[in-house]
Design a protein around this ligand. Structure first.
Ligand SMILES: [Fe+2]
Ligand SMILES: [Fe+2]
Length: 352
């Protein structure tokens, strides 16, 4: 028997081909029928939209088997969807998040595909547009974030939080682009770490941790030859486990040797990991995590940026209005040179 899933009807854009069947529901919840409204590959014409309006249909349905096609459709029409005035900011945030999860899951399945990297970049541009155009994206995007730990949800979450935080810091759109893209890609190197290590519930052995610590360099190797990925995004991939005091990995660099986007990604990576259930630790409450980051892990972070991050997540009235202050943070340009090897120390509690 077919299962059906309700979709947001406003995500359907006029004059686009709909590559799946659309259904309307009739009858009561206990005895409902799904009646075909439009067949696969039919054009969603203005007349069809009118027809929906005249029938006063609150919801449209698709076969659950067609969810992937619906996600692809949303991705293809993302720019239109986020510019649509009839959809709420929360609905748009939900669409952006679902599309990102799908794009990132496919990227991690096939990390060397240039096409997937392009899709990430397009998603980041659309999300920046959404964040800059809407006032209440912070609460709406936080509402749609999942807290089940998978590499792809963690990658999307860090990108979403990073873009919102970057906006709070008044980064320029082009810098936000580098930040959002780098954060989605930051753990791509984990595809080279044996699954038994990734999924291990307990503490990693020294050898297993050594395997895990290879992922920033592995990520750089996967992406480094792609000219479409900005070097500032690659800084995030290679530096997101570097600590401010030089005790992180892979190079053990610290302070000003870490790029601004590297410092930002360190904070966000830890925050998202600790507020999420992982194989090896339960999620903690955001406030508890911030206290722990401030009191027990301050060596890991740039203290000024951590203070900004705490303000950013704090009560709304304490938040500075984005764009209303001088630009304090400007992303430095970078050379292609990466620092030399050094000894690494890092605990396993945060994100390993
Ligand atoms: Fe990582
Ligand atoms: Fe991470």
């Amino acid at each position: 028997m077919s299962e059906y899933t309700a979709i947001i009807k406003n995500t359907l854009i006029e004059d686009t081909k709909i590559e799946f069947d659309l259904f309307l529901k009739s009858g009561s919840n206990r005895h409902s029928n799904y009646v075909l409204f439009s067949r696969v590959n039919e054009l969603f014409s203005p007349e069809r939209r009118e027809e929906l309006m005249s029938r006063n249909a609150q919801k449209l349905y698709i076969s659950t088997n067609d969810i992937d096609k619906y996600l692809k459709y949303q991705e293809k029409n993302l720019k239109h969807i986020i510019e649509d005035n009839t959809m709420s900011s929360l609905e748009k945030s939900g669409v952006l998040y679902q599309v990102a999860k799908n794009v990132t899951a496919e990227l991690l399945d096939d990390p060397r595909s240039g096409q997937h990297v392009e899709r990430v970049s397009t998603w980041v541009s659309n999300t920046i547009h959404h964040i800059l155009e809407n006032e209440n994206t912070l609460s709406n995007l936080f509402k749609v974030i999942n807290h089940d730990y998978r590499i792809y949800t963690h990658s999307v979450n860090t990108s979403v939080i990073g873009l919102l935080f970057g906006r709070f810091l008044s980064l320029k759109p082009e810098e936000l682009n580098c930040l959002g893209t780098g954060l989605i890609l930051h753990d791509i190197g984990k595809v080279t770490v044996p699954p038994i290590v990734i999924k291990k519930r307990g503490k990693l052995t020294v050898n297993e941790f050594a395997e895990m610590k290879k992922h920033p360099k592995a990520g750089l190797k996967i992406l480094g030859h792609r000219s479409s990925v900005d070097i500032r995004s690659l800084k995030i991939v290679i530096q997101h486990h570097e600590n401010n005091d030089g005790t992180g990995y892979p190079y053990g660099i610290g302070g000003s040797d870490i790029h601004l986007l590297g410092h930002i990604s360190r904070i966000i990576d830890v925050y998202d990991a600790m507020t999420t259930n992982r194989h090896y630790a339960f999620a903690e409450k955001p406030f508890t995590v911030l206290v722990e980051m401030k009191n027990k892990m301050s060596n890991c972070f740039d203290s000024e940026l951590l203070r900004e991050f705490i303000c950013f997540l704090g009560p709304k009235e304490l938040r500075k209005k984005p764009g209303a202050k001088d630009i304090l943070y400007s992303v430095p340009s970078v050379t292609k040179q990466m620092p030399s090897e050094r000894i690494v120390l890092c605990d396993q509690k945060t994100e390993r």
